[in-house]
Design a protein. Structure first.
Length: 286
């Protein structure tokens, strides 16, 4: 079996396990930091694994899911809007009566309008859905012109991002003015960030040396290999008539094993790339 085929086989065999491991790690990081960037990382991991996953047969089909999909091809009909209103009703004042027409107009803007080459919906903090709809209700009155609608929805989006950030909580920066005001929770978060920073350095160190090991061994093995099929090598071993031939074939089998191990090591090390990227994003955002 050629190294390329080995790599493909390893990737297929480890796909489910690596997907589960990455999602579990991001979830534990979210539990520790309460930062939604790690929930987004879980979503991105699943979408990368199967781009059509969120439209599959097991996807939720309620109003909330349809709204948060921010996709114009997913119809937001009257039934789903009514369902969405029922879902968020307990989280908003009783005096506020959300209007379906406003929700539909706001949703359309979130699906198509962009800022910094991203549609508004891609930036939306899902935990702030009720706040966002309430904010739109109190600041947008229909009918209004398109530019005004876009501007007000964008303002509501920015307010919702800020609301979500402060609702979830994040540690303040360590400055001379607030140094004595940090709570135990703040200090715990700061300490956790130091641990994450050290973890990233360690992972990158392991990746660097592990990849060198994999490359060196793969290069050495490929220089020895004359056959890339284990079945063929086993057949040659069975047909060997003298010790010298057996030793040659055995060395070929060993080299093929080393090449396979090198491929596996490289594949495992590659699993950490996304994890390191998300942790670095979290550390840079604080």
């Amino acid at each position: 079996m050629a190294p390329e085929a080995l790599a493909s086989g390893v990737a297929d065999a480890s796909h489910l396990g690596s997907l589960q491991t990455k999602c579990q790690m991001f979830y534990h990081l979210f539990r520790a930091t309460k930062d939604p960037i790690f929930l987004q990382a879980i979503k991105d991991t699943l979408v990368d694994a199967s781009p059509n996953l969120r439209f599959g047969p097991h996807a939720k089909d309620d109003g909330e899911s349809s709204f948060l999909a921010f996709n114009v091809i997913i119809p937001l009909d009257d039934e789903k809007i009514a369902n969405l209103i029922e879902i968020v009703k307990p989280q908003i004042p009783e005096t506020i009566q959300l209007q379906p027409a406003l929700i539909r107009a706001v949703h359309e803007v979130m699906c198509v309008e962009k800022t910094s080459d991203q549609i508004f919906g891609d930036l939306f903090p899902q935990s702030a859905l009720a706040y966002f709809l309430e904010f739109c209700h109190t600041t947008i009155e229909l009918p209004c012109d398109r530019d005004s609608l876009i501007s007000k929805v964008h303002h509501a989006l920015k307010a919702s991002i800020m609301h979500a950030r402060h609702s979830i909580g994040s540690a303040p920066r360590w400055t001379s003015s607030n140094r004595g005001k940090l709570t135990e929770d703040d200090e715990a978060v700061a300490s956790f960030k130091q641990v994450l920073s050290a973890l990233v350095v360690y992972i990158e160190h392991v990746q660097q040396h592990g990849r060198k090991f994999a490359q060196d061994n793969a290069h050495t093995a490929n220089g020895i290999l004359k056959h890339h099929s284990m079945d063929k090598l086993v057949r040659l071993l069975n047909e060997a008539l003298d010790v010298h031939t057996m030793e040659l074939v055995t060395s070929q089998i060993h080299a093929l094993d080393v090449a396979a191990i090198a491929v596996k090591v490289a594949a495992v090390l590659g699993l950490f790339d996304d994890i390191v990227e998300v942790i670095n994003k979290y550390l840079q955002n604080e």
